[in-house]
Design a protein around this ligand. Structure first.
Ligand code: ATP
Length: 262
């Protein structure tokens, strides 16, 4: 079932007297429970796409249908209510929070805003969400300043799943973590997807990360999607120069033959 249907998205920024085309006719689809990995060099437009889809910045043209609705046409109270269905985890999404906020309040916000569980049950739900992402319930009382980078991303994931979304946009969500923490967070994300049928748009400049989690991969270059297909095909047999450059940049993705040829 198609959950997200993006057609011909354009986004330009005015920057220092010139116009930068960040998205140029971007189209893609995402099914319920599926992961689409989005890769591309720095400046190719990945974050802009993530921000347009999560309604942080407006598009100049194009359409987005999400859950059968005209997503870009939603505004005001209607948009606030529907936002529960599409959540986001960015590189340091909690960095934007008041540093005095507690872990518990960060996770409880969406439960309250979207009225997910009755007030009396919120504390228990926060504890259950912390447990699900591998953190002790006692962390609810901590300041978000006093947790490590890996724990922060787990908390960001707990907050994202709290409103029971159909989709999560992850933008470089594990990029700041060291390799062993990164693998654990990726395993958590895959397990949550299998349990809850959440679709992911997983943005990363790192194809090794995308190879671990994606069903399909799309490659962006200069604001356009230049290649897309099943993850194994895009990684095993990249067609575009942008995809070949990304595959070549990750030594452990190169097949033995290619490595011998280098
Ligand atoms: N707020 C902005 N104002 C002006 N130009 C912008 C703005 N945000 C992004 N851009 C430009 O739009 C283009 C796409 O940027 P974007 O951040 O979407 O790329 P990206 O693929 O996510 O890059 P990175 O991997 O480095 O984050 C770049 O040329 C960038 O400089």
């Amino acid at each position: 079932m198609t959950l997200l249907d993006v057609k011909n998205l354009d986004k330009r920024y005015a920057s220092g007297g010139r116009t930068v085309t960040a998205l140029d006719g971007v189209s893609l689809t995402l099914s319920a429970g599926e992961t689409l990995g989005l890769a591309g060099a720095s400046g190719s437009g990945k974050s802009t796409l993530a921000r347009v889809l999560t309604r942080l910045v407006p598009a100049d043209a194009g359409t987005v249908r999400f859950g059968g609705e005209d997503w870009l046409a939603l505004s005001g109270g209607e948009l606030r209510r529907r936002r529960s269905r599409m959540q986001m985890v960015f590189q340091d999404v909690l960095g934007a929070f008041n540093p005095r906020a507690t872990v518990g309040s960060v996770i409880e916000d969406p439960l309250r805003i979207h009225d997910i569980v009755p007030k009396a049950e919120r504390g228990r739900e926060v504890a259950a969400l912390l447990d699900r992402v591998g953190l002790p319930a006692a962390y609810a009382a901590r300041s978000i300043r006093d947790v490590s980078g890996g724990q922060r991303q787990r908390i960001a994931i707990a907050r994202a799943i709290a409103s029971r979304p159909a989709m999560i946009v992850l933008d470089e969500a594990v990029s700041a973590l060291d390799v062993s923490l990164r693998e654990k967070v990726l395993e958590l994300l895959v397990a949550l997807q299998e349990e809850r049928g959440i679709a992911y748009l997983f943005v990363s400049h790192d194809l090794a990360v995308l190879a671990a989690v994606s069903h399909r991969i799309a490659i962006m270059d200069a604001g356009r999607i230049v290649e897309s297909g099943p993850a194994v095909e895009v990684i095993g047999n990249p067609q575009s120069s942008a995809a070949r450059a990304l595959v070549g940049a990750v030594p452990r993705l190169i097949g033995q033959e290619d490595r011998n040829a280098v």
